[in-house]
Unconditional design. Sequence first.
Length: 256
Amino acid sequence: MLLIGLVLAAVAVEALIAWRLRRGLYEWRDSELSLGLAAGWAIGGVATGLLATLAIGFGYRHRILDLGTFVAAPILVVVLADLFYYAWHRLSHRWRWLWASHFPHHTAKRLNVLASVRQGWTDVISGTWLSWIGLGFLGFSPIQTAPYFGLLFVWQAAVHNEWAPKLGPLEWLFVTPSHHRVHHSLDKAHVDRNFGGVLIIWDRLFGTFSREGPSVIHDFGMAGFNSDASNPVDIATREWRSMLGARRTPAKRPAP
């Protein structure tokens, strides 16, 4: 409930900033779809969170390392958890089974705080929760990993925006709004770039980093897909129905 309250407060602040800057950071139809998808995701998120906790707990009971006993464990768990997030996020753009759950997030036409909770409903089915079991095997308990998920939630809410400038030296280490605008960009040169959650170092290390350039990006969404003509149920199930043969043409990211 605290995190939901923080998001709602952030939406209100950002809407005020948009009004002061006379910028259309929120569109009614796009916002309605984000709210609908966020509501379904919040319900399914309870099950996903529980399964992720159980998966980490299982790994912890069968751990092969005890990294959680180190003095630097609070920092180490954030770094390693973010590496696991990077791996999951990158695979979600490569494997259609995972993309089916991640696709709804990329249908947002405006990049704002509300878009950060515009998520799919089927993480339980696609197995997103299994992505975290490795943290348990490395010796981190569910309690030790919990702060990272809170940090990730807040951080992602902060980097989904179109108005923040580049942040100087912070751009080398952390995911910033500029980096994440590239990730959601419709420009083909930006497809499948900047997968990091909190840290941008993984993209720099593994060759998926791309800079925004001198101009701020404002064109987001899915090429060839008009989300305004759709609804939350259609968006949340679209790729699954496509895989099952209900649709001939899958909606997917344009080729690089």
